[in-house]
Write a protein that binds this ligand. Sequence first.
Ligand SMILES: Cc1ncc(COP(=O)(O)O)c(C=O)c1O
Length: 494
Amino acid sequence: MREKSEGFAPELGDMSAAEFRRFGHEVIDWVSDYLSTVGERPVLAQVRPGELMSQLPSSPPDEGEAFATILGDFDHFIPRALTHWNHPSFYAYFATSSSGPGILGELLTAAFDVKGMLWRTSPAAIELEQVALDWLRQMMGLDAGLDGIIYDTASVASMHAIAAARERLNLRIREDGMSGRADLPLLRVYVSDQAHSSIEKATITLGLGLRSVRKVRTDEEFRMDPLALARAIEEDKRDGVLPFCVVATVGTTSTSSIDPVPAIALICAEHQLWLHVDAAYAGSAAILPEMRQILDGAERADSLVTNPHKWLFTPFDLSVLYCRHMETLRRAFSLVPPAYLETSEAETVRNGSEYGIQLGRRFRALKLWMIIRYFGHHGLAARIREHCRLAQLLKGWITDAPDWEMLAPVPFALLCFRAAPRVEGETEEERETRLNALNESLLNNVNASGQIFLSHTRIKDAFTLRLSIGNIRTTEEHIRRAWQLLNEELARLV
Ligand SMILES: Cc1ncc(COP(=O)(O)O)c(C=O)c1O
C-alpha cells in the first residue's frame, strides 16, 4: 500500500492547488535549466529503437503515483530519448525553436483547455486569433484583403486552400463528391518539381488523386519556370483537363528557392486559376523590410500559408492560412450546424469550425500574441536577420575553402553544400560517386558526435549537406564550431 500524503492524487478531483503550485514551480525550474543548458546535451537522441519502450512498464499503474516520482522518471528516461530541437546546434530540416514567451503561452493554453469551435465556446480564442493574425499580416507586408485563420500545420492549411480552390469551381463536389461522376474532367493542380510533398498529400486527401498534380520544371536555381507552367496549362486545356490551382513556393524545402510569384500570378489571372503561395518556411523573413520583396505577387494570390512554428520562435504547432476568399473556404466546409451547435450570434462572428474539418480548435493564438508582444516586430526581425547574416558568413567560409563547394544559392538561412576535395585523374562519374560516399559518411559521423545535427538533400543527384540556421539560441560561436567540426571530420575521412 502506498502512503497517502502530499504528492499523490486525492481520492476524487484534481491535484490540489498547493501541490500544483509546488510542482508547477519545479517544472518551470526544470524547463528554465533545460533551456539554458540544452546546448551541453547531445543533439540527437542517444537511444536505440525500442530502448525507451523496453525501460517503461508495459501496463498502467492501478494506483496513482507520487508526482515527484513521475518527475524523477521523466528526468531519467525522457530527455535522453529526445532529439533536442531547441539545441543551438540543431541545423537539420528547417531548424526551428520555441521561445520563452511561446512556451509560457502554451502552458496557459493548456490551463484554459478551450475547444474553440464556436465564438461562444471562447470569444478570446477566436478574437485573439484575428488580432494576432492581422498583426502578423501587417508585419509581413501583406495586403488587408488577406484574412487569416490558424491550422495546426502547413500541410493541413494547404489542403484547406486547395479545397477552397476546388469549391470555387462550383462543380457540386461538396454535395455529390467526385467518385462515380462521368461529368467531371481531371482537375489539375500545378506545382514545381521542388514543391513540398504536402501538396500531393492534400490531393490524396481531397480525392483528387496524385494524377491531378502536374510538376512543372524548375530553372538552374530551382525556381518554377513560368513559361513551362503556361505551356502545361495550355496543353492540359487542349486535352480536356480542367486546371484550377497553382501552388508557388517561397522557400522550397530542399534549397529554399523562391518561385517567381509575380509571373505565376499573371498566368493564374489569365486562366482564372487559384494561386496558393506556400511560404511555410520563408514567409517569416518577409517581416524584414529589406526582404519584403520575397512576397511580391502575393497581392494577387488567393491564399498563402506561413508557419510561425518554423521561423517565428513559436512552439509547434501553429500554421497560418491567409485567404482572400474566406466565404469560399467556409462554403467548402460549413454544414448547417447540428442543434447543439446553433448559436444566436452565428451571423455576426467567426465560428472557426466552419472553416475546416476540425470541430474543436486549440487556442493557439495566445502564444503567437505573446511572442509578437514580447519581442516586437523589430526584435523578431533582428533575430531572423541575424540568422541570415550567419548563413552568409558560413557561405563565405565554404566558398573560400578549396575542399568545399556551395550547391545552391542562399536566399535565407539554409545552406546546401558539400565537401569536394580534388583527386587527380578521375572521371566526372568517378568523382560524383566518390563525393556522394564521402559526404554521406561525413554527415553520419558529425551527427553521431552528438555535437551538431545536419540533414541532407539530393541536388542533381549529388548528396548534399543541408545546414539550416533558425534556432533562437544559435550564435556565431555555434556556427564557427559547426564549421570546425565539419573540417575536422573531413580531415579524418580523406
Ligand atoms: C515549403 C514547405 N511547405 C510545407 C511544409 C510542411 O510543413 P508542416 O510540417 O507544417 O505541415 C514544409 C515542411 O518543411 C515546407 O518546407
